[in-house]
Write a new protein. Structure first.
Length: 276
């Protein structure tokens, strides 16, 4: 990949990176991520945040055990979404910025008018210097219409708004040559993926954390979506200092892929047109 001008960036942060093990929000970590977004914005970048953690935050706030039914999860999300956006805007305002909440279901991106409305809303927010804070609307989503994970949601949003880069922050270094929990012998990080083959997909393992809905499997699904749109995607460790800025610089330089796992896209395509 040649040197790139990365202007518009979508950053997705997983539940395990936003909360403690007991489900309560990790304020220190969240502040660290948001400050990195502000720094990118100060350097003339457009940033959009796709956040997980609403259900986990609700569980932690109400001191409940992990809910099993869809209705229980929706109830926890109703509490958690308010906590998330309140905290995000508190931190952003302290750093001279403001966020705008956008809640979506998968059906929103399948119907033309709603698809166009989402695009227009996101563009207006960006044009006015507001950081879109996007999450699946777990309070109304059902098994039939839900994305099921914010990795897929972030890929769909990136394609919709013609992003230059998608970053997926997680609690591991990236994609490995073997499933870490099954084997640690000769375990190596795969720094670059140019083709998502069945062999690559086999390295993804199963579901992610107890509270989260993702895992490496959904990240590879996101990579397939984003690859068709011609947008690079990087999976990387959220816990490393200033990791977002470092990933952006890595992609802009287009040479040494030494952080996380970068998925190299095909030719970039415009996805502004959407049919019913």
């Amino acid at each position: 990949m040649q040197e790139n001008n990365v202007k518009r960036i979508v950053i997705k942060i997983g539940t395990s990176c936003l909360t403690h093990e007991n489900g309560k929000l990790n304020y220190e970590a969240i502040e660290h991520y948001l400050k990195q977004l502000v720094e990118l914005k100060n350097s003339n970048k457009e940033v959009l945040l796709v956040t997980s953690g609403a259900i986990g935050a609700g569980i932690g706030e109400l001191k409940m055990k992990l809910p099993c039914s869809m209705a229980e999860k929706q109830g926890m999300a109703a509490v958690g979404q308010g906590l998330l956006i309140s905290l995000y805007n508190k931190i952003l305002r302290q750093n001279g910025e403001i966020g705008g909440q956008v809640l979506l279901t998968s059906s929103d991106l399948k119907e033309k008018n709603r698809y166009e409305n989402i695009y227009n809303t996101l563009e207006v927010l960006l044009e006015n210097g507001i950081i879109p804070i996007i999450n699946e609307n777990d309070t109304v989503a059902t098994d039939e219409i839900r994305f099921g994970d914010n990795d897929t949601l972030s890929a769909e949003v990136s394609s919709l708004i013609n992003a230059d880069l998608l970053i997926l922050l997680t609690d591991v270094e990236g994609l490995y040559n073997k499933i870490p929990c099954e084997s640690e012998d000769d375990l190596k990080l795969i720094n670059k993926v140019e083709d998502i083959t069945p062999e690559i997909e086999a390295k993804a393992g199963k579901k992610g954390s107890i509270v989260g809905t993702g895992g490496m499997k959904t990240k590879l699904k996101a990579a397939k979506i984003i690859n068709k749109a011609g947008i690079p995607m990087v999976i990387g460790p959220a816990y490393k200092n200033n990791i977002i800025s470092k990933m952006v610089k890595m992609i802009e330089n287009g040479e040494k892929y030494n952080i996380g796992t970068t998925f190299i896209p095909g030719e970039k395509k415009c996805r502004r047109e959407k049919s019913n």
